[in-house]
Every structure is written in C-alpha cells, then in structure tokens.
Design a protein around this ligand. Sequence first.
Ligand code: FES
Length: 226
Amino acid sequence: MLIPDRSPSGRIDVLANGPYQVGGGLPLLRALIISDARGDPVSWIVGEPYLASKTYRLCRCGHSRMWPICDATHGSVGFDGGETDSRVPYIERAEVIDGPALRLTDVRILCSNAGFCTREGGTWRLTSQSADPHARRLAIEQAGNCPSGRLVAWETNGEVIEPVLSPSVCVIQNPRIGIRGPLWVRGRIAVYSAAGVRYEKRNRLTLCGCGLSHNKPFCDGKHQDH
Ligand code: FES
C-alpha cells in the first residue's frame, strides 16, 4: 500500500516550545466545515486566504491574541511544546477494516474530531457494507474528508484512494463548536520537528493549534475540551 510522493517545495518547522514556522510560500487559507440539517459535517469550503506572505508563524500554544498567527505569547504562558508523537509510520499503527469492496485504515490517536465519519451509520459500518455502491461511495467520501488523515480508504487490491489536495495550510472553522482548533496541512507538505527530523509525509494531517494535544505536534481532538 504505497502513496506516491509528489512533494511541494514548502515546509513547516516546529519551533521548540514555540510556533510553527511555515516557509516556501505555502498559502494560508480558511477551511469551513459545512454541515447538513442534522448537524453532521458533509463538505468543506476552502479557499478564502488568511494572509499573503511567503513565510509566517502559526500559534501552537493556543493563547495568541492574533490566533492563528503567533504573537509570541507562548513565552509568557510557559508553553510546553514537547513533541510526543511516536513517529511510527501510519500504516504500521493502523487498524485495518476490510469490507467486501473497500478497505479502511484507522489510526485513532490522529482524530481531530471533525465529525465527517458519523453520517449514515459511520465510515466503518459503510465500509463493511461496501458491496452496496452507495455505501462504498459514502465511505470513500467520508474518509477523504477526514482532515487529519486518521481514516484512509483503499481499493481491495491495496491501491490508496486519496483526494487531490493542493499544498496549503488551512485554518479549520467549525461553526458547530466555534473554538480554536487544528491547522490542516494538505498536499504532502514536509513537517520537521524542533530537532530537525522530518515526520512522515502525508497528504492530510492536522497540527495542534490549541496547545492541549497529548500527541504533539499533531492534533488529538483535545481542543474540544476547552
Ligand atoms: S488543536 Fe486539536 S488538540 Fe490542539
């Protein structure tokens, strides 16, 4: 199960007990979650730019008065930004759910609680019902909308089914909960630790922007505990 490498030139550096430094002209965009009448997330509107700058620093402690832009408040709140992610490659820690016409992989600790996976029984059940074309299509759509890439859909022959995402950093806005949440990193952008070691490149990942994650630098959904 291999994901082809189409790497952009931009990069993100985690700074020790400080912000994310974004370089290489990566656009910073707003990503709005659209929900249906029941409140279940169904799609994204992505595109409105936040700022136009070739390099910028994004808040990692959650306390910036200019959030998502860093204003150096991390220094006065004693932010502990220690990186705790295990670095085990995604596929090695994934639970595999095999359906009749679709495979789903799931790494629970990466969940950013965006909520796209709950509609019509949820992505796991839809995968188990994937002999039905509607269930299969919906499972693929839900997995592809998962910003953290916790969920990934695969053909049963092992070919990955990934959305095409142009390299960008997105500030997720969820009107349902309206709090400071994760930063959505799209398009296989390289993220480097404070020690200069690159994390696994992934098409979709979410970085913690609230300072509360137990799996830094990645979001683990703790922003909802605010
Ligand atoms: S933004 Fe999700 S845990 Fe911090």
